[in-house]
Design a protein around this ligand. Structure first.
Ligand code: CDP
Ligand code: CDP
Length: 234
């Protein structure tokens, strides 16, 4: 079967990664969480006491940064590793959420991570979510999705997620973090978050999880069928 590349971009906490993961599972594709890579890079800079404002520190940090994804054999969930250590839980903490958008504005960091993401997606059959996937990482993606949801809904969902991981965070703090990251991510000079003209917008504020997954899988299958019938006729 013909394999395609699906790029899912959008605001913080609107359901991109969980939806992308479910879409990938349904299609038998690989899911790549580009946000996890920026989060792991942020943890690396914090742990190494490297200053993102100092270009030498940034260079040093990138040279010693190795990010990989491995399947947990018990939960069958993909987990993020930084220099050989499992950092899946740590990178989702508020400590990292409060710093990640600053690290993601650094051009050298983006250049390195985008190159890694492009290598990971080379074989197609990939669903990747982030902020610049349809615009910079895979500008020729076969399907581009732009996800949105209202801020209150996103904050409540993120609070539930953090609680499940044992971190109790005030709703107002989560809302402030999401709003601030949306602001920084949309206004930065380097590949800002924006809806591409060829992206399909999916607002998850009032949809069920199954509905949004079903909608994206449906569009993806239509594209795959179209490409296959085109290939069959040529
Ligand atoms: O899951 P959540 O929406 O909270 O964020 P994430 O996808 O884990 O991404 C964390 C941060 O990394 C974002 O707020 C962006 O600052 C940055 N990021 C980015 O700049 N480009 C990407 N392709 C993915 C994430
Ligand atoms: O990746 P992003 O930050 O955009 O969102 P996420 O990490 O997937 O978090 C969204 C959370 O909202 C997850 O816990 C989802 O299960 C939940 N959710 C959703 O995505 N869509 C709904 N319609 C309802 C809940």
């Amino acid at each position: 079967m013909n394999k395609i590349v699906i790029a899912i971009d959008g605001y913080s906490g609107c359901g991109k990664s969980s939806t992308a993961k479910a879409v990938a599972k349904d299609l038998g594709y690989t899911y790549i969480d580009s946000g996890a890579m920026y989060r792991a890079a942020t943890l690396h800079f914090l742990n190494s006491f490297l200053s993102p404002a100092n270009p030498h520190d940034v260079e040093k940090g990138l040279k010693s940064l190795e990010i990989s994804f491995h399947l947990n054999p018990d939960t069958l969930k993909q987990e993020t590793y930084l220099n050989g250590l499992n950092v899946e839980n740590e990178i989702r903490s508020m400590r990292i959420s409060n710093k990640v958008s600053e690290i993601a504005t650094i051009a050298a960091v983006r250049k390195e991570l985008v190159a890694q993401q492009q290598r990971l997606g080379k074989k197609k059959g990939v669903v990747m979510d982030g902020r610049d996937i349809g615009s910079v990482v895979f500008p020729n993606a076969d399907l581009k999705v732009f996800m949105t949801a209202d801020l209150d809904t996103r904050a409540v969902r993120r609070q539930d997620e953090l609680l499940e991981k044992g971190e109790l965070v005030d709703l107002a703090d989560i809302k402030a973090n999401l709003a601030e990251r949306d602001r920084v991510d949309s206004s930065r000079a380097e590949s800002p978050l924006k809806k591409m003209p060829d992206a399909v917008e999916v607002d998850t504020s009032n949809s069920t999880f199954a509905e949004q997954v079903g909608k994206i899988v449906h569009i993806a299958r239509q594209i795959i069928d179209k490409q296959e019938s085109y290939a069959g006729n040529h």
